[in-house]
Each structure stands twice: as structure tokens, then as C-alpha cells.
Write a protein that binds this ligand. Structure first.
Ligand SMILES: NC(=O)c1ccc[n+]([C@@H]2O[C@H](COP(=O)([O-])OP(=O)(O)OC[C@H]3O[C@@H](n4cnc5c(N)ncnc54)[C@H](OP(=O)(O)O)[C@@H]3O)[C@@H](O)[C@H]2O)c1
Length: 283
């Protein structure tokens, strides 16, 4: 059965709506959706965004749900609330995510654990919890925000890149499982986007480097990323890389044998030496 999902009059749930891509998804969807649920930890930001969306389009219904998605109990509380409120969900945007820039060995576990929880477990758990609602609200769609980082193993972003490899792989397989039901699943794979991501990903005391290092031609604005993503769902695309040059480079690189990719990444990353300041003690 071919899906006819469209964002017009949809009811969307957006995780990580308090900043960056999530806030931009809310702004772009506000023009067409009938109801939007904004999820994040910073409730003040969600409320502020909600009132600006309502003032632009008074007929839009906006709900805010404060939740720390790194906790299973919070994810369950969100699903229970959606069922109790009978929210006719038909678009799930699994956008919340975070990174960590630096060597794996020197990363405090307190930084890695929430990243694994939010990027992998929360995305999977929420999809699992909310799939019955999406099925009931058909035609429906799931947009999982992955990253171009998921296509390559990346030193100094080892865990983050691996979480996004998971997101892309999971999305592709789920898409195949749900194809016969007409539920669209799309993985969004942006390159660098100027949001709060790099400030959050940088370790205390370290300067924000990755966005500065990114070639301007490979960067994309949040507006462009979200526009491309919503077009991708409308066209039932399995994946969206919202920058033409980056998309070309990714596709080209996939034709190369992996040892070449490994060599290029290693040369680009330079020698990896843990700083003595960051040497970890034995537990
Ligand atoms: N920016 C980039 O260059 C880039 C590139 C490729 C992919 N991405 C992906 O795009 C997505 C959005 O990132 P962004 O660039 O918009 O970054 P951002 O500006 O830092 O926004 C991240 C969002 O995730 C939410 N979040 C983080 N931890 C959370 C938690 N424990 N519980 C609930 N919400 C949580 C934050 O909300 P609260 O802090 O209020 O909870 C915030 O709204 C992420 O999945 C990221 O991996 C970003």
C-alpha cells in the first residue's frame, strides 16, 4: 500500500524542540500542521516557542512536554500522556541528540552514557512506544535525525558517529518492516549545522572546534536542513543528506574500498595522543 502521508493537518511530536533543528522543525511545521507536541528538558524554551507559534497561527494547537529522554521512566510518562490525551499522532520526529568531541579514552562516562541513552535508546524506545499510535493515525511517518557522521567511523567523535550509524541502520530496516503498512520512515543525515550542538559537544574548557573546521561548502543552515527533511518525507525518501556537495561526496565515497576511506579519515584526523591532563585514573 502506497502511503499518502502529508504534513498538511498532521499531528507531530518533535523531540529536542527547545533548540536548533527541533525548534526549526516546529517553526516550519507550524504553517501546515494542526497540532504539535514539543518535547525537551528546558520547559521555558518550549513555552516561549509554543507561544510564538500560536501567535503566528492561532488555529495551531501546541502542547509542551518537559522530559529528560535519557530516562526510560520519562519516555514512558510521555507515551502514557499521549494515550491519555488521545493525541492523534501521525508524525514522530526523533530529533533529540547530543555529541561529544574528544578522544574516547578521555571522555568521562557521565558524558558518554546520556549520549548513548538519548541518541540510541530513547529514539528506539519512543518509536517502540509510539508505533501503535502512529499505526492508528495512518497515513503516518517517522523521521529519525541521524548524521552524515553515521556513514564513517570518526576519531574524536567515535561514540557519536557510532550512535548515528545505529540510527541510519535502524531507520532503513524499520522502513522495510513498515513499508507494507504505508508508514514512511526516513533518516535525516545532515553535515555540520550551526546550532548549539557543538557547544554542547565540546568538553569543558575546550574551544568549539568542529564547526570552525568544517568547510563552509559542507555546512547547511537549520532552515535548509528542515526544508529538505520535510520534502524527503513528502517524497517517501529512505534518507536525506541536505547538502548537494556532501551528498555527492558520501555517494562517491561509498564506491571506494573501505581501506581508502580508513586511510583518508586517519590522515584527516592526525595523530591521536591523549593529553596528560586528561589521563584517567584507575577506578
Ligand atoms: N548541528 C549539527 O551539526 C548536526 C549535524 C548532524 C546531525 N545533528 C543531529 O541533529 C539533532 C538535533 O541537534 P541540534 O543540532 O539541533 O543540536 P542542539 O541545538 O544542541 O539541540 C539538541 C536538542 O536535543 C535536546 N536534548 C538533548 N538531550 C536531551 C535529553 N536528555 N532529553 C530531552 N531532550 C534532550 C535538547 O533539549 P534540552 O536541552 O532542552 O533537553 C535540544 O532541544 C541531533 O540528533 C544531532 O545529533 C546535528
Amino acid at each position: 500500500m502506497k502511503s499518502t502521508f502529508t504534513v498538511s493537518n498532521c499531528t507531530a511530536l518533535i523531540t529536542g524542540a527547545s533548540a536548533g533543528l527541533g525548534a526549526e522543525f516546529s517553526r516550519q511545521l507550524a504553517a501546515k500542521a494542526s497540532r504539535i507536541v514539543l518535547v525537551g528538558r528546558r520547559e521555558d524554551r518550549l513555552m516561549e516557542l509554543a507561544s510564538s507559534l500560536r501567535s503566528k497561527r492561532p488555529s495551531l494547537r501546541v502542547d509542551c512536554f518537559k522530559a529528560d529522554l535519557s530516562l526510560a521512566s520519562e519516555r514512558e510518562r510521555l507515551a502514557v500522556w499521549i494515550i491519555r490525551e488521545q493525541i492523534p499522532l501521525n508524525l514522530l520526529i526523533n530529533n533529540a541528540g547530543l555529541g561529544d568531541l574528544g578522544l574516547f579514552d578521555t571522555a568521562p562516562w557521565e558524558r558518554l552514557s546520556p549520549m548513548l541513552e538519548v541518541n540510541i535508546t530513547a529514539l528506539t524506545h519512543l518509536t517502540h512506544l509510539l508505533l501503535p499510535m502512529l499505526r492508528a493515525g495512518q497515513p503516518s511517518a517517522i523521521l529519525n535525525v541521524s548524521s552524515v557522521a553515521g556513514f564513517y567511523p570518526l576519531p574524536e567523535m567515535a561514540v557519536y558517529a557510532a550512535t548515528k550509524a545505529y540510527v541510519t541502520s535502524f531507520s532503513e530496516a524499520l522502513r522495510m518492516e513498515l513499508a507494507s503498512e504505508g508508514i514512511i520512515v526516513t533518516a535525516l543525515c545532515p553535515g555540520p549545522v550551526p546550532t548549539e550542538f557543538f557547544a554542547v559537544a565540546s568538553r569543558p574548557g575546550e574551544t568549539i572546534r568542529a564547526m570552525d573546521r568544517a568547510h563552509p561548502a559542507l555546512a547547511t543552515t537549520a532552515e535548509e536542513v528542515v526544508r529538505a527533511a520535510l520534502l524527503g518525507i513528502a517524497k517517501d525518501k529512505p534518507g536525506v543528506i541536505p547538502n548537494r556537495l556532501l551528498a555527492l561526496l558520501v555517494r562517491g565515497s561509498r564506491l571506494l574500498p573501505f581501506p581508502f576511506i580508513r586511510m583518508a579519515i586517519q590522515l584527516g584526523a592526525g595523530p591521536q595522543k591523549p593529553s596528560m591532563d586528561h589521563k584517567r585514573d584507575l577506578p
